[in-house]
Design a protein around this ligand. Structure first.
Ligand SMILES: O=C1O[C@H](COP(=O)(O)O)[C@@H](O)[C@H](O)[C@H]1O
Length: 239
């Protein structure tokens, strides 16, 4: 695991964009496709916008990229809280990924059906392969959640199923998510975490006792050496 600390959120996004671009170029030299899981929330916006513009956009062969999401809020696609909508507006509307290679978590189906379908899709893509995704991009909430693995929820401890849907009472909504086993078998994983409000949880996640029910990001322990935390100084201030 590597920890990269940038002075500002903009620098943090730029360093993550540099890393992702170099890594995607490297993977596509020897393989015909690049599979990536995007995160939601607000942190990835700056990163996406960088990847969608020069010089990054032109260094990645987007026609060979297959896009997935790590998690979704169960709201319609055009709702401002929808993670996939954000991914399209900030990145996918500006690069050349074939539409059949973009796999949103469907919020028009019942939540369990949507996640059963998504799990089946992931198994079709990755069964028989050494790794799952080539890259999973993760964020972390102020409370230490990642994906839709929230403190105190059963899904944090999921060992078998690759996807889950569940109702999150504190947000009064269903959540759709991939689970720790699929992330921990990815070829590369990065976290992007910014801001003072995340500093306390981040310290616990990285340096505290192992308490994944309280700090679900601790469940992410990929086998790969390509595991990088991109932090800004504010998020890293308590380390
Ligand atoms: O709800 C979510 O929150 C986390 C963190 O979001 P941020 O706004 O603090 O960057 C995000 O990683 C996750 O995908 C999203 O669904």
């Amino acid at each position: 695991m590597n920890i990269n600390i940038a002075d500002t959120p903009d620098e943090c996004a730029r360093e993550a964009a540099d890393w992702i671009t170099a890594y995607a170029e490297r993977v596509l030299q020897t393989r015909d496709r690049f599979t990536i899981a995007l995160s939601g929330g607000s942190t990835p916006v700056a990163l996406h916008k960088l990847l969608a513009g020069a010089p990054y956009r032109d260094r990645i062969d987007w026609k060979r990229v297959h896009v997935f999401w790590g998690d979704e809020r169960y709201v319609p696609f055009d709702d401002e809280k929808n993670n996939a909508r954000m991914g399209f507006e900030t990145l996918l509307n500006h690069v050349d990924v074939p539409s059949e290679q973009i796999h949103v978590m469907d919020t028009t189906l019942p939540p369990d059906t949507s996640m059963a379908d998504y799990g089946a899709l992931l198994h079709r893509y990755f069964d028989g392969h050494e790794h799952t995704f080539d890259l999973v991009i993760l964020g972390m909430g102020d409370d230490g959640h990642t994906l839709s693995l929230f403190p105190g929820t059963e899904v944090v401890n999921e060992e078998r199923d690759w996807t889950k849907a569940f109702f999150l009472p504190q947000q009064d909504m269903f959540r759709l998510t991939i689970t720790a086993p699929v992330v921990n078998n990815a070829a590369a994983v990065i976290f992007q975490v910014e801001g003072t409000k995340k500093a306390d949880s981040l310290k616990e996640v990285l340096q505290g006792d192992y308490q994944p029910d309280k700090y679900p990001s601790q469940r992410i322990k990929p086998k790969t050496k390509d595991f990088v935390w991109f932090l800004d100084k504010a998020a890293a201030s308590k380390l």
